[in-house]
Ligand binder design. Structure first.
Ligand SMILES: Nc1ncnc2c1ncn2[C@@H]1O[C@H](COP(=O)(O)OP(=O)(O)O)[C@@H](O)[C@H]1O
Ligand SMILES: [Mg+2]
Length: 395
């Protein structure tokens, strides 16, 4: 049941879904001075509320008895794509988080127990992002929905390229064969002059009659193929849609990425730390995209340390400003990558992990590239890996 009724505040409505009453009370009490909060005790009630209200931000628990948070997120993504979706979870398992982030189900994960100041920051960002998305109807906020598509585009890019050559040859030849079809009346006249057994003559007439419609069909199919192949190729191009303001303070996102992977790190007695200035310049990339990049990189580092199994493993995020760009390096002393892995990493769907999707690095490279940044991986088996991204600083 809904326990509060929405009032109209300019910041937009924040809907919190959690089956534990205590959690709902704490959430509402500590945030209601800043945000317009409404709570629901289960996903069904949440969907009811969403059908009747314009919800700016959905914050959901993951484990609930009737429907889990992931299902709720999928439904909301479908029905109300402009709502900014976030998860609050005590989940120790990082893979479902990465999968959901890479599938665009949620843009942020808040780890329980949460800290009020951080949550306020994240909610402010989310409500602003929602306003932004609504104020630019043409650029309608598609957040990370489009990114899977774009990844697919970059994956099929080489295939599309290879298809283009035979297609061009077909397109040229079809014009020549079409001319042949246009000669049908001449062929018919010639056939009338020929001495042929009636069976042959009928057969030839049939072939000539078929020429024109078959060629027309053929031509249409080839043009259709051409359109399809061209649009497949365009999938991989950076879209014009935007993911929020291209001006982001990286530090809260660095901390957020560290928090998401904290559980996994603790389980293997590893440490995640940050080394760099306490204030960083804003970068020219949306918060959503930077979140996705950093979570993927820190998760990869943590998983590599976990896979190595050495105690006191370390994952460091090192930041430094240099020559008008911000350099962020994620360094780990995990398993490292062999030469053959290193050459293939970043190819969409390439993974060496049973639970992996092989989309992480591919997405990171694409997002950093689109932002005008650079992406570099250095790795050595048994020593560790450093992934360095450089991002342009926001004006
Ligand atoms: N920090 C790292 N250390 C060692 N190997 C890594 C690291 N990051 C990525 N890899 C390798 O690259 C592969 C692809 O990574 P990624 O694109 O993030 O997909 P996934 O994490 O789903 O496997 C991983 O399966 C792993 O083999
Ligand atoms: Mg990964």
């Amino acid at each position: 049941m809904a326990e509060t009724t929405p009032t109209t505040k300019p910041s937009g409505l924040v809907l919190y879904v959690d089956d534990e009453r205590g959690n709902r009370v704490v959430f509402e009490q500590s945030l209601k001075t800043e945000f317009n909060i409404i709570c629901a005790s289960d996903p069904e009630t949440a969907l009811d509320i969403m059908a009747k209200n314009d919800v700016a931000v959905l914050v959901t628990d993951m484990r609930m008895p009737t429907m889990n948070g992931e299902e709720l997120l999928r439904i909301v993504k479908e029905r109300s794509p402009q709502t900014i979706r976030m998860v609050i979870t005590a989940y120790a398992d990082v893979d479902p988080i990465i999968r959901a982030i890479n599938e665009g189900l949620a843009v942020r994960y808040i780890i329980k127990p949460w800290i009020r100041t951080e949550l306020v920051q994240v909610l402010r960002w989310a409500t602003e992002a929602h306003v932004f998305s609504r104020s630019s109807a043409a650029l309608h906020l598609r957040l990370i929905e489009s990114e899977r598509l774009a990844t697919l585009g970059s994956f099929i890019g080489p295939v599309v390229h290879d298809l283009k050559t035979p297609l061009m040859s077909l397109l040229t030849n079809i014009e020549v064969v079409s001319e042949l079809a246009e000669a049908a009346p001449v062929l018919r006249a010639a056939l009338a002059q020929m001495r042929q057994p009636p069976a042959n003559r009928d057969r030839l007439y049939q072939v000539i009659d078929d020429l024109e419609p078959v060629m027309a069909d053929f031509r249409k199919s080839i043009l259709h193929l051409n359109t399809m192949i061209t649009s497949m190729r365009d999938l991989g191009k950076p879209g014009s849609e935007t993911k929020g303001p291209l001006d982001t303070d990286p530090l809260p996102i660095v901390r957020h990425a560290m928090a998401v992977c904290q559980n996994l790190a603790m389980n293997v007695r590893a440490q995640i730390d940050y080394a760099g200035p306490g204030i960083l310049p804003h970068v020219r990339m949306s918060a959503t995209e930077l979140t996705q990049v950093l979570i993927n990189l820190v998760a990869n580092g943590t998983q590599a340390v976990a896979a190595r199994g050495t105690p006191n493993g370390k994952i460091s995020i090192v930041a430094r400003e240099q020559g008008g760009v911000l350099e962020l390096a994620v360094r780990d002393d995990g398993v490292g990558m062999a030469a053959d892995v290193l050459t293939r990493v970043g190819t969409p769907f390439f993974t060496t992990r049973a639970e992996g999707t092989g989309l992480g690095i591919a997405q990171c490279q694409r997002l950093v590239g689109t932002a005008g940044g650079r992406f570099k991986i250095e790795s050595q088996v048994g020593v560790g890996t450093t992934v360095t991204i450089t991002l342009p600083i926001a004006a």
